[in-house]
Design a protein around this ligand. Structure first.
Ligand code: NDP
Length: 276
């Protein structure tokens, strides 16, 4: 189990990725994203998750520069958007993202969604970027087991990460087992179900017992299940609160109760049925 905010999981290529980070989906370009990333870095976060489609990579880059944390301590993730998928267009999209972030190498580059007929070519571009040393790890997002199997059937390099919607209402047990067996690190997006889960009575009750907040219970559940987590907040006190989860442990009974909340219910699109 990770013991502090800087602890890492080792990806199958040996690269160390923090178990915990800040997500910046829906965080506005400009002072909103600059301030939230700087607040996170000030409070010990090392990992930031953005994407080309979030349109805030420039602000993330500005915050990284202004915060002055050594580059090698940071773990920066971005993603290639659906309309940029394909070999050449992905290579181009990567350079655009790097220009905006102001980085000369990236820590993790992900295929944002499994666009049918496109993701294998896109993966070849990620493999090239990896082999060229432009990115330390490559992975996918929103891939079901069948997408992973299809990709791996032709891939030279196995994805190191699969970032998917994951929270107590969508426990994805089969996918998690598959990823663990394959050595693919699973990472949770919308870990708080965008706030919906924070009033769930079982979670509220477990939170009271541990003198923690519902958000902290959910994020601790992620870690105890071996899943990297990247909650989003633009509020400094919540950025601090969310990361304060390394001083307590959920019992197996707590874990069982949280696991039993699963109802295969998504807040985002199903990767088998999206139209963007
Ligand atoms: N690969 C993909 O397809 C996707 C990836 N992601 C990634 O995952 C990250 C996290 O997911 P996201 O969808 O943002 O949702 P989260 O589940 O992280 O929830 C964020 C919401 O919860 C609120 N919140 C955060 N912390 C607390 C707290 N302690 N108490 C009360 N409310 C809180 C935030 O409000 P406030 O900011 O006001 O504090 C915000 O409204 C994204 O930012 C993005 O990086 C997300 C969606 C899709």
């Amino acid at each position: 189990m990770p013991k502090n905010l800087q602890d890492t999981t080792t990806l199958h290529n040996g690269v160390k990725m923090p178990w915990f980070g800040l997500g910046v989906f829906k965080v506005k370009e400009g002072s909103e994203v600059v301030d939230s990333v700087k607040a996170a870095l000030k409070h010990g976060y090392k990992s930031i998750d953005t994407a080309a489609v979030y349109k805030n990579e420039e602000g993330v880059g500005q915050a990284l520069k202004e915060a002055g944390v050594a580059r090698e301590e940071l773990f920066i993730t971005t993603k290639v958007w659906n309309s940029d998928q394909g070999y050449e267009s992905t290579l181009q999209a990567f350079e655009t993202s790097m220009g905006k972030l102001g980085l000369d190498y990236l820590d993790l580059y992900l295929i944002h969604w499994p666009v049918a007929g496109k993701y294998k070519e896109t993966w070849k571009a990620l493999e090239k970027l990896y082999k060229d040393g432009r990115v330390r790890a490559i992975g996918v997002s929103n891939f079901h087991i069948h997408h992973l199997k299809d990709l791996m059937a032709d891939a030279e390099i196995k994805p190191m990460v699969n970032q998917v919607e994951y929270h107590p209402h969508l426990a994805q047990t089969e996918l998690l087992e598959f990823c663990k067996a394959e050595g693919i690190q699973m990472e949770a997006w919308s870990p708080l179900k965008q706030g919906v889960l924070l009033t769930e009575p079982t979670i509220v009750e477990i939170a009271k017992k541990h003198d923690k907040s519902p958000a902290q219970i959910i994020l601790r559940w992620d870690l105890q299940n071996g899943v990297v987590t990247i909650p989003k907040s633009i509020k400094e006190h919540r950025i601090i609160e969310n990361a304060d989860i390394f001083d307590f442990e959920l019992s197996s009974e707590d874990m069982g109760r949280l696991n039993s909340l699963n109802k295969d219910d998504r807040i985002g699109a199903d990767p088998d049925n999206f139209d963007f």
